[in-house]
Design a protein around this ligand. Structure first.
Ligand SMILES: Cc1cc2nc3c(=O)[nH]c(=O)nc-3n(C[C@H](O)[C@H](O)[C@H](O)COP(=O)(O)OP(=O)(O)OC[C@H]3O[C@@H](n4cnc5c(N)ncnc54)[C@H](O)[C@@H]3O)c2cc1C
Ligand SMILES: NC(=O)c1ccc[n+]([C@@H]2O[C@H](COP(=O)([O-])OP(=O)(O)OC[C@H]3O[C@@H](n4cnc5c(N)ncnc54)[C@H](O)[C@@H]3O)[C@@H](O)[C@H]2O)c1
Length: 503
């Protein structure tokens, strides 16, 4: 069983299995101090990397100072999606004839929060630790710090030594912008927004990226009055512009107050737990019960001992396509997942873990590395060409590869093909008044797809078809023979291809 699958299986039952008391698996075992590979950080990336090298016959130890499973399991993907699924399910059901009345009325907030708690495994990592145990990977609890080449100290005490590699998988943390009064006001970060036990009456969200949009969606549907403050002129700026327009329209219909072109100048909270005042300009203030700051991430590298191996602490860890850190003599240091800033997504971290694990094992055995093979086992090329992402907003947004603007900036000769998703028979069956749009970006020189974007209800599950087309560089001519089933939303492929061919 691979990393993460054990915990997914326990959650799939009723979520209560991981809720019980600790058990013996939670602590260090009587482990040796020398391993083939030391992994720092037990998030999804670290777990998968340890699993891969162990499966290749190397010994591995995982060092984790909080919960095994990392940000994703307890304060990011899992709890946020558990909060959002009831929102999108109700929204879609309310547009299906015969169901509308059945889902009228507010969400049952206590039930949704309890569902979220179960999906966060009640913030206990027993299930993940059981999986490590069963996989034969040692766990050392505590903060790991590099102490020169191939050496790691844990909590300043015990020293671990690696024969082949140390992999830094320490992830990222939220950043707070430098705004007077902000830190003192103790705002919510993504951790609070995914774990709060109560629904705030009034919530101000700062940041129109993925966290801001998803959390504004969830907490509005749970009953909060939400104001979303965005610095730029729209939402989800990394995706095609039409995505942000549709999501903004839908958030406004849900009752979210959206203000673009704003800047938070000062924050005041007079008493702990009391109301918070967000100052946008002279006479322009908003008073709320909570303030969520969702303005991006910083790497967890500041106290990692990077200076002991010649690197500068605090920055994103620079790596090559085999995930090996650049500028470290001997080539024994790796960095995978959020910490290298290639793509801050769980699935990409797990992908990098598979690639890094294979590269570490190959180098340990003296097997030639296939670095030059762009799509070989030792090169994380998808990070640059085919990163998929689903934003679980209402409606969902899903994209892979390059947007039209990114493709142009990269110097490709492109053609952009757009189509109205609502005009597809499967979409109109899916929900009354289905609104959505799709775009494919075609590389005219090679006649392959560089990127695909969908926005509309249920499009998240459509994305992998596009990921296959982009990563595999399937010729457009051959895509014509990939026939979408009728009447599914996937028929959007046929419409896009017809438009491209001029049929
Ligand atoms: C609100 C939110 C929602 C998200 N939703 C999604 C989603 O739906 N889909 C998706 O793909 N991505 C999502 N992401 C992104 C995803 O959470 C991250 O990309 C992912 O968690 C990165 O995994 P990682 O293993 O690299 O790092 P992390 O999950 O951050 O894990 C790093 C681990 O290292 C440990 N650590 C750090 N320093 C040390 C040290 N010195 N010693 C020992 N241990 C250490 C930490 O305690 C942590 O457990 C979301 C992010 C947020 C904030
Ligand atoms: N469904 C998913 O895949 C999912 C969900 C949540 C988060 N994530 C990942 O987590 C990462 C972090 O998400 P995020 O939303 O925090 O970061 P982000 O980088 O996606 O968005 C942050 C936004 O805040 C804005 N911003 C920055 N400083 C600001 C300031 N001082 N005032 C106002 N706005 C400011 C930025 O312009 C940007 O639009 C992302 O890279 C994302 O990929 C993924």
């Amino acid at each position: 069983m691979s990393a993460n699958r054990a915990s997914e299986a326990t959650r799939a039952t009723d979520g209560t299995e991981t809720a019980g008391g600790g058990g013996p698996a939670g602590g260090d075992r009587a482990a040796p101090d020398t391993y083939d590979v030391i992994v720092l950080g037990g998030g999804p990336t670290g777990e998968n990397l340890a699993d891969r090298v162990h499966a290749a016959g190397l010994s591995a130890v995982l060092v984790e100072h909080e919960l095994v499973g990392g940000e994703c399991s307890y304060w990011a993907c899992m709890p946020s999606k558990a909060l959002l699924r009831p929102v999108t399910a109700r929204s879609e059901a309310s547009r299906v004839p015969g169901l509308k009345d059945a889902v009228a009325g507010p969400l049952d907030a206590p039930a949704v929060l309890a569902h979220r708690d179960a999906f966060a495994s009640y913030w206990k990592d027993d299930g993940q630790v059981r999986w490590l145990d069963s996989a034969g990977i040692d766990l050392v609890r505590g903060r790991g710090r590099l102490d020169g080449p191939r050496r790691v100290t844990v909590d300043g005490g015990r020293t671990l030594v690696a024969r082949h590699a140390v992999a830094v998988c320490t992830g990222s943390r939220p950043v707070l912008p430098d705004v007077p009064g902000l830190a003192e006001a103790k705002p919510w970060t993504s951790r609070d927004a995914t774990s709060s036990k109560t629904v705030p009456g009034r919530l101000v969200v700062v940041g129109g990226g993925v966290v801001g949009v998803e959390m504004a969606t969830a907490w509005r549907a749970l009953g909060a009055s939400v104001t979303l403050l965005v610095r730029g002129d729209g939402l989800l700026p990394r995706m095609e512009p039409f995505v942000g327009h549709l999501v903004a329209e839908s958030l406004a219909e849900a009752g979210v107050f959206l203000r673009t072109g704003t800047e938070v100048r000062e924050v005041r909270r007079e008493a702990p737990g009391g109301p918070v005042t967000v100052v946008l300009g002279p006479g322009d203030e908003i008073v709320a019960d909570e303030l969520l700051i969702a303005t991006g991430r910083a790497p967890r590298t500041e106290d990692l001992g990077l200076e002991t191996v010649g690197l500068t602490p605090g920055g994103w860890l620079e790596v090559d396509d085999t995930l090996r850190a650049t500028g470290v003599p001997g080539g024994w240091l790796y960095g995978a997942g959020d910490v290298n800033h290639r793509a801050l997504l769980t699935h990409q971290g797990k992908y990098q873990a598979r690639i890094a694990g294979a590269a570490i094992a190959a180098r340990a055995r003296g097997v030639p590395i296939l670095e030059s093979d762009r799509w070989g086992a030792h090169s994380a090329s998808a990070d640059r060409h085919a990163v998929p992402q689903v934003v679980f907003s209402d409606p969902e947004a899903a994209a892979v590869g390059l947007s039209a603007a990114e493709a142009e900036r990269a110097g490709h000769r492109i053609r952009v093909v757009d189509h109205d998703l609502g005009a597809v028979a499967g979409a109109s069956l899916y929900a009354d008044g289905y609104r959505g749009r799709a775009r494919m970006v075609v590389d005219l020189d090679r006649e392959v797809l560089l990127g695909v974007t969908f926005v509309g209800p249920g499009v998240g599950e459509l994305l992998h078809s596009a990921t296959v087309a982009v990563a595999a560089e399937v010729p457009v001519e051959r895509l014509w023979h990939a026939v979408p089933a009728y009447p599914t939303i996937s028929e959007i492929w046929l419409r896009l291809l017809e438009a491209y061919r001029g049929d």
